[in-house]
Design a protein around this ligand. Structure first.
Ligand SMILES: Nc1ncnc2c1ncn2[C@@H]1O[C@H](COP(=O)(O)OP(=O)(O)OP(=O)(O)O)[C@@H](O)[C@H]1O
Ligand SMILES: [Mg+2]
Length: 251
């Protein structure tokens, strides 16, 4: 079943750049869908539309529909704050808040009105467990988050999104600044998390795309070139451009 349906979505920025051209695709629930392809293909633009971060950008033309559980999130009636609680985003560069590890995780819930200490503590442990960080930080939850390593900060950012119990998690090259061990930990936790969440990942390499994908979509200059289940795009693509890209002939 599709958690998100993207229908005939086109996006043009005010400088005339056509970043997405008539994209139609479904994003299945409880799977990892990867959006991959060379720079400037429109991957980040598409992720940003999925939680309306594009509202902040200089967009002149946005056409089509994006349904989340059959509701059009592009409708002016959509409660954007509520939408961003349901659809969380993790960025390439971890941005931790200048607070303790614990406060990084409870802040969003407190802003949302949660006061119950037990509930906040439970969310701290659950989200750190899910982000594969609990073992490393459980004895120092009151230390400054900024003192964590880059890989730990990135998992803390993932935990911060998970603390809010979203339904969909968007990740834009979340491991681009990480060492291979931290990258492996993030990839492992994504495999666990898909039991509970719908995951949309822009990977930082073709190899990561192939390792993580349940569904894979190849984007080139704003167009969805090929989209398929499993790892077919990496082993037996139909399109010549997909094949050239996954085999490293351009990129
Ligand atoms: N805020 C913006 N204003 C104008 N043009 C933009 C804006 N954001 C992106 N673009 C343009 O839209 C196109 C798609 O960019 P986008 O960042 O979505 O690609 P991407 O696939 O994520 O690339 P990368 O792999 O480099 O992250 C590019 O031509 C880019 O220059
Ligand atoms: Mg991008």
């Amino acid at each position: 079943m599709n958690k998100i349906s993207i229908e005939n979505l086109s996006l043009r920025y005010s400088d005339g750049t056509e970043s997405l051209r008539n994209i139609t695709m479904g994003i299945p629930a409880n799977k990892i869908t990867v959006l991959f392809g060379p720079a400037g293909g429109g991957k980040s633009s598409l992720l940003r539309i999925l939680n309306r971060l594009n509202d902040l950008a200089d967009v002149t033309h946005l056409d089509g529909r994006v349904l989340l559980d059959n509701e059009d999130i592009l409708s002016p009636k959509t409660d954007v704050i509520q939408l961003r609680r349901r659809v969380g985003m993790v960025f390439a560069r971890p941005v931790v808040l200048p607070m303790s590890i614990r406060q990084n995780l409870t802040y969003g819930l407190e802003v949302a009105g949660v006061k119950d200490r037990h509930r906040l503590e439970a969310a701290v442990e659950r989200s750190l467990q899910q982000a594969a960080l609990w073992d490393e930080v459980q004895d120092r939850l009151d230390d400054a988050a900024i003192a964590l390593s880059g890989g730990q900060q990135q998992r803390l950012c993932l935990a911060r999104v998970l603390a809010l119990e979203p339904e969909v998690i968007l990740l834009d090259e979340p491991t681009s600044g990480l060492d291979p061990i931290s990258t492996g930990k993030v990839e492992e936790s994504l495999q666990e998390l898909k039991q509970t969440y719908t995951i949309v990942l822009v990977p930082h390499s073709v190899q990561q795309a192939a390792r993580t994908a349940d569904f894979a979509a190849f984007f080139l200059q704003g167009e969805l070139i090929e989209y398929a289940a499993n790892k077919i795009l990496f082993t037996n693509p139909e399109n010549q451009q997909t094949e050239d890209y996954v085999e490293g002939r351009f990129g």
